[in-house]
Write a protein that binds this ligand. Sequence first.
Ligand code: HSE
Length: 418
Amino acid sequence: MENKLRIGIIGLGTVGCGVVKVLSKMDDVEIICAAVKNTAKKREVELNCITDNPFDIANNPNIDVVVEVAGGCAMLDVLKAAIQNKKHIVTANKELLARHGAELFDLAREHNRVILYEAAVAGGIPIILPIKTSLSANKFNSVAGILNGTTNYILTKMDEENLSYEDCLLKAQQLGFAETDPTGDVEGFDAMYKIAILANIVFGKRIDVNKIYKEGITKISALDIRYANELGYKIKLIAQAKKVDNDALDIRVHPMLVSKERPISEIKNATNAVLLNGFPVDKVMFVGPGAGEFPTASSVVGDILCIKSEIEKCGEILPMTTCHHSEYANQIDIEDTKNCYYLCIKAKNEPGEIGKIGFECGRHAINISCIIQKEAMDDGSATVIVITGECLEKDINTMISNLESDGITKVVNKIRVM
Ligand code: HSE
């Protein structure tokens, strides 16, 4: 390798352009070429070489590192070719890593190359390398966080402005926080990919992304947020992975009521947070911008410079940055998890209804920590809010279906409590 590290970029969207802008201020890194879908499109950055064939990057002998910021899984074969051609990879692509990481990391190991991906989780927050380096003395019990800025922005606006989910989504789209098709964010896919990647390095096991339970935020109502507030909670989309019995892992993404006393309840708008709990460090929280042109470019360029400095120091890549594990985790089903629950129940406003709720909970050994009757409506219904003690997901589900079987009571929403 010559003095300058030679880069090929795949994707010149918001993040790609940010990376080019940051790298253009550096003398020791040179962008050789970029691959994009549409070479005619006007962009904020200008490069001497632009191609619409990403294999031009993967096969170019003058490129040392391929930076992939295109998103989705379409670049899998391109990255495999790049690794086979002895290029290191820096990527922000959480979906590709969560779905095809095993294949890519095996190939990288075989060819003595690294795949760095600091930008794939929590944008500008340094979390991947700190877990692998500064926190490497730890055995972790759990990792949890707010890993999606779009949904956190929507939930924050619903909370602060007492607006519906639909109104806040529209606002987020108008301000450019949410995509025109918001599915990946609001249905929890983005956070699911990120927690799969975090769980992989925190617990040293491969994760099957198809076994991760996932719920988005589309069913959260302004009323849920109001009732949660009255009871001392905020509602957040939480991604979490924790160790349970026999080293199995409980990994999921869903909305949760978070006590206002917990610092993570204060994380607002598009900010992300990652909480780690392990020994000997105990609890640590990382907070910062989870997305955006420059925060994400900060992580991408950090990875590029990490590769450069390691190669310069010892002529090769240090083991710290490589993937060492190949065993899959034993992931438990959501039905076997234990949680406390918030239930928003539409009951008939007549004697004995709260008794029925109490009876059904008692029959399934579910303790009621709190029960409040809210509005009695003109249609003869009344809203009852219940917070339960810890119980099995399968037991609460049976309890709910028994409660609903007479057709008088409906559980409008069930939200787990953190
Ligand atoms: N769409 C993501 C978010 C950012 O809203 O946090 C990129 O991962």
